[in-house]
Design a protein around this ligand. Structure first.
Ligand SMILES: Nc1ncnc2c1ncn2[C@@H]1O[C@H](COP(=O)(O)OP(=O)(O)OP(=O)(O)O)[C@@H](O)[C@H]1O
Length: 376
């Protein structure tokens, strides 16, 4: 067998390379690269290792570290003197209803909380921006109809443009495709709506928006676990959900209800995000678990799901969203922005893992000959 430029592929060393790389554990997926089917190609040509990796979650912030790990592992194999690596991302296709995806959307992820005020909207907007920073094309749907906070948090207030087919163009904000009832009516109007009006308004927002090539659409759900939330979870073709909670008992009880609600309608719960985990004093740096500690971890382990991340109670997180510049874009190198990004990678990787385990033995994405995605 010959590789590029007619150099011979070393089959024995290629196999050793594949075995060595395949046994490495991906820290976001929690699986080996072999089990996750992430290694597209691993060959030794002459004395060079050529490695192509295709991840099913966006990982711009992890690429350098992964490349270094892959190449260090390759160079430990006797006879390999150099290595060349490419890392790509192709999102899985998780959201479909009766086998049909929502046009322009590959994966819908619902962000929910049992209890109000735990930071669900703040977490949704930062997660959406974090997925985008990691290299995905992302949308954000504000389904919190009684208190649409996304326009404020994104610093966006334009009225969506309606095209000839009467579809709304999403409002672009910090690179995200966004839609919110807050762009269309004032808050006081929605406050008097009853349940069925809320669900039909939301289904319209979802279906009548012209989403463009989204890898992920993050849906900021209304707080609670009542009829509105249940109907939404049933009607929206959600690929997976994530629960935001604070560590305090009262929030955890409601978070458990949210997990049960999603289980009832067969929407996989991909993990828990603990918000306001600890307070770090901006004066002296003293760390204090104001709302208790260990709650998110306990909730995750009791329900056999991942604790995807823990965000501190930090004044900057609040002021950033209040000013329309969420932390991930306002202060992209800050510790909190990096926590959001790592949490976003873990969330997307958990979705990929779930879809792999759920439906199929091989990868659920196929690449056509032009390098385009045959499923999309
Ligand atoms: N980690 C954090 N650190 C500091 N402030 C935060 C944090 N997360 C959220 N907040 C603040 O807490 C308040 C409530 O947050 P948010 O509106 O995101 O909660 P919510 O769960 O979506 O609320 P609702 O139930 O009303 O929809 C906001 O003022 C927000 O800025």
């Amino acid at each position: 067998m010959f590789g590029l430029f007619g150099k011979k592929i070393d089959t024995a060393r290629s196999e050793a390379l594949r075995n060595a790389l395949g046994s490495l554990v991906d820290p976001h997926a929690g699986e080996t690269l072999a089990d996750a089917h992430f290694i597209e190609r691993a060959e030794v040509v002459g004395d060079e290792a050529q490695i192509d990796v295709v991840l099913d979650y966006p990982a711009a912030g992890f690429e350098a570290e992964l490349t270094e790990l892959l190449e260090r592992t390759a160079l430990q194999i006797e006879g390999i003197k150099s290595a060349k690596t490419t890392i790509a991302f192709v999102s899985p296709l998780g959201s479909s209803q009766n086998g049909k995806p929502l046009p322009g959307v590959r994966n819908i992820i619902a962000v929910a909380s049992g209890k109000g005020g735990v930071g669900k909207s703040t977490t949704s907007v930062n997660l959406a921006l974090a997925l985008a920073a990691e290299g995905a094309t992302v949308g954000l749907l504000d389904a919190d109809i009684y208190g649409p906070s996304q326009p404020l948090m994104l610093g966006a207030k334009e009225t969506p443009v309606v095209d000839e087919q009467r579809a709304m163009q999403p409002v672009m904000a910090h690179g995200l495709q966004t839609m919110s009832i807050g762009y269309l009516i004032d808050d006081a109007q929605a406050m008097v709506w009853r349940g069925p009006m809320v669900t039909s308004a939301l289904m319209q927002l979802l279906n009548d928006t012209r989403w463009h090539d989204l890898d992920y659409l993050i849906v900021d759900m209304p707080p609670g676990t009542g009829d509105i939330q249940l109907t939404l979870a049933q009607k929206v073709p959600v690929a997976g959900s994530v629960i935001v909670t604070t560590p305090q008992d009262i929030a955890l009880i409601d978070a458990r209800k949210a997990i049960t609600m999603f289980e009832k309608v067969n929407v996989p719960v991909l993990g828990v995000i603990e918000n306001m985990s600890v307070h770090v004093c901006s004066n002296c740096g003293h760390v204090e678990p104001i709302f208790g500690s260990g709650g998110g971890e306990k909730l995750a382990s009791e329900n056999h799901i991942d604790l995807l991340g823990q965000l501190p109670l930090d004044l900057a997180i609040r002021t950033d969203v209040d000013e329309g510049w969420p932390t991930v874009v306002r202060d992209s190198e800050s510790v909190n922005a990096l926590i959001y990004r790592q949490t976003a990678r873990k969330l997307a990787a958990a979705l990929g893992r779930h879809l792999r385990q759920d439906h199929f033995d091989g990868p659920n994405i196929s690449i056509d000959e032009d390098g385009g995605d045959a499923d999309g």
